[in-house]
Design a protein around this ligand. Structure first.
Ligand code: SGN
Ligand code: CA
Length: 552
């Protein structure tokens, strides 16, 4: 299949628009690959900016219909944008554990947001550190145990707040005043600037809270988008008729599961017509109480008039859902505007200091997110919006400026990629593969043709049933095993995954092939008892690590 055709499978709401067109022209690259400058040091620095829940649909370089991200686009113009980058388990802590280890959840032991990361296992920061890199981790960690493998770390407690974050360090708690996205970038720049004299290469992880729920904009963007109407996704009112039970029984719909205070920022002092006093309302009130006077004033000045207009309008039914979508998605995009500014600030800093030339700059996120598609917010599913992550890598002298890669890549590939960037061979027991050849424009003949996925956090917030599945460039097959249900989608014909063709006789042969491939992946990756209770799986993972993955 020609790559342009594949691209249209996922591009949100169809593959039109200037950004998409510009992106498509970028495809015809791969030949004239720039050689690294002869005098370039062989081991680059690595700056990894990682956000929380940033959907590719909200990056203009990915053809966003709803916002502009000039600095991410600038990064994409310098490097390679991966059109088909996915996670292995679309939830925060598991995604992070996979980032560090290059293996699936059933080995690193973080299946859900509830397991603490075993810091005694093999990770890429430890490997880079042993190889002479200086390593730092700043921002959202969300793995409970203390970070290991870093010369320096300063991390948020749990999810962390949007404003004035206290941070955890080896020396204890440190208080900060300011907007968390700015604070994390400040700390990143500070750490780099204090170590530039060192002759070691460095790797710094700059991990943001944004744009995670409850989507609180920073002081610079409180009224951004006030005067615009953000286009609605065509599936905002979808009823999941062609999907299975799991999709029908989730708790992540904008219409029914968003809190009017916590999520949608109604003033906690206002009594909303159908809202009982909820814990969410209290929580929102309490969080607002932690803003400085100046922050609070700016917040109220921005939200009060909008909230009054909303109460005045007394919306019902679909009009109310539309309003919720606007409020939600604007706040989400406002938090991204700040991420984008800070990416620009970090890029400027590296350029000004003469570091950019020998620094790999990577931007990605821990999972995708629903921005009203299928009426939803949150993630967790193997469905496209949640499975897909933005991944943009600029490696001066290696990546061709403005190039696009169409191969199936996954977050298991991060660790081996960083290891080969440092000039080392990845350990054989890592399950991902280095993206370095892809970054050089040379996809190996035997590159993977399918990716494996397994989500396990159920029952839990948003109530997404456990499922495993597999995606090729065209198809996806998924087993909701606790429900005894399968779904299968032909992404080429049905990019929004509206109608499962699992029982369609036309697809019978393909279905059997896909199932076979899925079971082969489970075997190859060693997810040998995927339906077992979590407790058993945790123990099995511990045994696997004890035998083969320890790196104290
Ligand atoms: C919080 C959120 C949920 C979200 C989980 C996991 N509620 O519980 O909506 O699914 O985190 O997110 S919140 O309103 O309290 O933030 S994850 O990205 O950390 O996995
Ligand atoms: Ca997340």
């Amino acid at each position: 299949m020609p790559s342009t055709e594949r691209r249209s499978i996922w591009r949100q709401w169809g593959a039109t628009g200037a950004a998409a067109a510009a992106a498509i022209t970028g495809l015809a690259h791969t030949e004239a690959q720039a050689e690294p400058a002869a005098d370039a040091p062989s081991r680059p620095n690595i700056v990894f900016v990682f956000t929380d829940d940033h959907a590719a649909q909200a990056v203009s370089a990915y053809g966003s219909k709803i916002n502009e991200t000039p600095n991410l686009d600038r990064l994409a113009a310098q490097g390679t944008l991966f059109e088909n980058a996915f996670v292995a388990n679309s939830i925060c802590s598991p995604s992070r554990a996979t980032l560090w280890t290059g293996v699936h959840s059933h080995i690193n032991g973080v299946f859900t947001n509830r397991e603490a990361f075993d810091g005694q296992q093999q990770t890429f920061p430890k490997i880079l550190s042993e190889a002479g890199y200086e390593t730092a981790m700043i921002g959202k960690w969300h793995l409970e145990s203390e970070p290991t493998g870093f010369d320096y770390w300063e991390v948020l407690y749990g999810q962390g707040p949007y404003y004035n974050p206290p941070m955890r360090t080896p020396e204890g708690r440190v208080e900060h005043t300011g907007y968390t996205t700015d604070v994390i970038t400040d700390l990143t720049i500070e750490w780099i600037s204090e170590r530039v004299e060192s002759d070691k290469p460095f790797v710094v992880m700059s991990h943001h809270k944004a744009p995670h729920r409850n989507w609180k904009p920073g002081p610079d963007h409180l009224t951004l988008y006030d005067d615009v109407y953000i286009p609605e996704p065509p599936t905002l009112f979808s009823d999941h008729a062609g999907r299975g039970t799991a999709a029908k029984e989730q708790e992540m719909s904008i219409a029914d599961h968003m809190d009017i205070y916590w999520d949608l920022k109604l003033d906690p002092h206002d009594d909303y017509w159908d809202e009982e006093a909820s814990q969410w309302r209290e929580r929102y009130r309490e969080r607002l109480g932690r803003l400085t006077d100046e922050q609070r004033e700016a917040w109220d000045a921005a939200y009060s008039p909008k909230n009054e207009a909303f109460l005045e309008a007394d919306l019902r039914g679909r009009d109310l859902v539309r309003w919720k979508y606007q409020r939600y998605v604007k706040d989400y995009l406002r938090t991204i505007a700040s991420v984008d500014d800070n990416v620009g600030r970090l890029m400027d800093y590296l350029e000004e200091e003469g570091l950019a030339e020998n620094t790999v700059f990577v931007y990605s996120s821990d999972q995708g997110f629903f921005l009203g598609e299928h009426g939803w917010y949150d993630k967790r599913w193997i469905y496209e919006e949640s499975l897909r992550i933005p991944l943009i890598v600029s490696w001066p002298g290696v990546t061709e400026p403005g190039s696009h890669n169409m191969d199936l890549v996954q977050n298991i590939d991060f660790a081996p990629t960083f290891i080969t960037m440092a000039g080392l061979d990845p350990p054989e027991n890592m399950q991902g593969r280095s993206l370095e050849p892809l970054l050089r424009g040379e996809t190996p003949e035997d590159w993977r043709e399918s990716i494996y996925y397994h989500y396990l956090e159920f029952p839990a917030v948003h109530m997404v049933n456990r499922h495993y599945g597999m995606r090729t460039d065209r198809y996806k097959i998924t087993h909701f095993y606790e429900l005894g249900e399968w779904e299968m989608y032909d992404l080429q014909r049905d990019p929004y995954e509206l109608n499962s063709v699992y029982d369609d006789p036309f697809y019978e042969e393909t279905r059997e092939e896909l199932k076979e491939e899925l079971y082969a992946l489970q075997e190859a990756y060693g997810d040998s008892d995927p339906q077992a209770p979590l407790e058993e799986q945790r123990e099995a993972a511990e045994e696997i690590r004890a035998a083969d993955y320890m790196m104290p």
